[in-house]
Design a protein around this ligand. Structure first.
Ligand code: ADP
Length: 509
């Protein structure tokens, strides 16, 4: 990779960071790591400077101590004029400490003795002045191109008079070597510490937060990709956990809201279906009422004419049989017309408080002949007289008759009627017939739905039953009896409100 492409990559990356915001790792680096490293470096630099000064002072003191240690013997020897002793004393400096050179001058600034590698060449006058000063002093200076630290100690004779000057030097590089080593160590240490801290911080960041945030982000993208059931796992530090929990809660409430919407939608669809069904029934009802009404008069005319003709016909003649047949068919047609009118609910309703037991009794009475004819039996299980209901007794009786007649027509020979004492009252009518096949159950209450052959059934019986029960605010359901026959279950509120009242009640509500 060339430098240009590397650079352009870095620039793109920076631009991304600029436009999309920087990552948590970058935030840590910029806001925590960098300041920390800068602070560490500052502390180190300041510390180093202090230590360097301390070392320098200590080294200068070393030189001073060395000078002071040999001052007295040298002063003594100088006073006595023993040059060899001066030299000897001077040489002992190498045993005491690390020095570069040591020199003794007399009070006029002339060199008396010297030890060490390089001879300094200070001005005699200057040295004489220094000696006359009687002050100790130390300085960095250049001696033959070498930087040295020179310390001057005035020498005095026994009477306290200045008798000369002692100079002890130490190589400047001695100082700088030590300091340089120390600096190197300090910078190596700070560098290593910086790298270690950075690594610890980045690894720690990944373990403590980065990993969990990445898993949360992963969860988000999985959900975005369509895994709607997926939930973020609540792990990691408290803040990340509460983020995950909040995220999950949000998802749950979204799901709940969606479910609710779906439920409402299906409920609405169901209501629309019901409405359509009711509209269809109403239309059929109007048609049925119209047809029945129109057929009523011609049928009674036909019946009247047949009756009259019958009076004039010879007994047992073919004509009489035909007329009897006509009358029988007319009766059947009138029955159909009645059913149609019933379905169209043209007759007025009369609600009264009535005992359920009485209603069942009345319906049994009207089926008595049929039952005897077929040798069938009806067992009444419910407790008589049974609960009191506010209903249209004629119509509820018709419901019971229709249901029981259907059972007999289906071939049942035992019918069991039962009810409870609750509100709404549940009435069950079980038979031991063949039962109703599962596949036709949904269509059972539709008008004109019949399995009987043409002429035998109109398919209006259960439609009428359904209409009456709904009108009473109740419900009807089809099931299976204990004998594997049919079971019709009616639920009726104790006090049914006639439709007109229901509408009124609706207005108030
Ligand atoms: P219809 O009796 O004129 O056919 P219904 O509406 O009374 O009309 O009945 C519709 C259909 O329901 C019947 O044709 C019959 O197949 C079925 N059915 C009704 N009651 C029973 C029952 N107790 N056992 C078996 N099938 C029944």
């Amino acid at each position: 990779m060339t430098h240009a492409t590397k650079l352009s990559r870095v620039i793109t990356r920076l631009r991304n960071v600029w436009s999309h915001g920087y990552s948590l790792r970058w935030a840590l680096i910029l806001r925590v790591l960098l300041p920390l490293l800068v602070a560490m470096s500052l502390v180190t630099v300041v510390g180093l400077r202090t230590m360097e000064q301390a070392i320098e002072t200590r080294m200068q003191e070393d030189v001073e101590l060395v000078a002071r240690a040999i001052r007295l013997p040298i002063s003594d020897s100088l006073e006595k004029g023993e040059d060899a002793s001066v030299r000897q004393a001077l040489e002992s400096v190498f045993r005491i400490g690390r020095v570069y050179g040591a020199y003794v001058y007399d009070d006029s600034g002339d060199l008396v003795a010297a030890v060490g590698a390089v001879n300094p060449t200070p001005e005699s006058r200057e040295l004489a002045e220094r000696a006359a000063d009687g002050e100790r002093s130390g300085d960095f200076e250049q001696i033959q191109g070498q930087e040295v630290y020179s310390y001057f100690e005035p020498l005095t004779d026994s009477s306290g008079r200045i008798s000369g000057l002692l100079q002890v030097t130490r190589r400047g590089s001695d100082f700088r070597d030590d300091i340089g080593r120390m600096r190197l160590q300090a910078f190596a240490f700070i560098g290593a510490a910086g790298v270690a801290i950075s690594l610890l911080l980045l690894v720690g960041h990944r373990g403590a937060i980065g990993r969990h945030l990445a898993s949360l982000a992963g969860s988000m993208s999985r959900i975005e990709a369509g895994e709607r059931e997926h939930r973020a796992s609540a792990e990691g530090p408290k803040e990340v956990r509460s983020l995950s929990t909040a995220f999950n809660t949000m998802l749950n409430s979204m799901e709940e809201a969606e479910q609710e919407i779906a439920q409402r939608r299906s409920e609405q669809a169901r209501l629309e279906d019901e409405l359509r069904h009711a509209e269809k029934l109403a239309a059929i009802g109007r048609l049925a009422a119209g047809v029945a009404h129109e057929l009523g008069t011609p049928l009674s005319v036909i019946d009247g004419k047949a009756q009259r003709a019958l009076r004039h016909a010879d007994a047992d003649s073919r004509q009489e049989r035909s007329l009897e047949q006509i009358r029988a068919e007319v009766t059947r047609m009138e029955h159909i017309v009645r059913q149609l009118l019933e379905f169209a609910r043209t007759s007025s309703r009369q609600f009264r408080w009535t005992r359920l037991g009485d209603l069942v009794g009345a319906s049994l009475a009207s089926l008595e002949d049929r039952l005897r004819e077929l040798g069938a039996a009806v067992v009444v299980r419910g407790e008589t007289p049974g609960p009191e209901l506010y209903v249209d007794p004629v119509r509820i009786e018709q419901v019971l008759v229709n249901l029981m007649r259907n059972a007999l027509q289906a071939g049942a020979r035992q019918i069991t009627v039962n009810w409870d004492d609750a509100d709404p009252v549940t009435v069950t009518i079980d038979d031991n017939g063949p039962g109703v096949p599962e596949e036709i159950r949904p269509r059972l209450f539709e008008p004109f739905f019949t399995t009987k052959s043409v002429g035998d059934g109109t398919g209006l019986g259960l439609a009428v039953v359904h209409g009456i029960i709904t009108e009473h605010g109740g419900a009807i359901a089809i099931g299976v009896s204990p004998d594997e026959g049919a079971r019709f279950t009616l639920t009726l509120p104790r006090e049914a409100r006639p439709e007109s009242e229901q509408i009124k009640g609706h207005d108030h509500g």
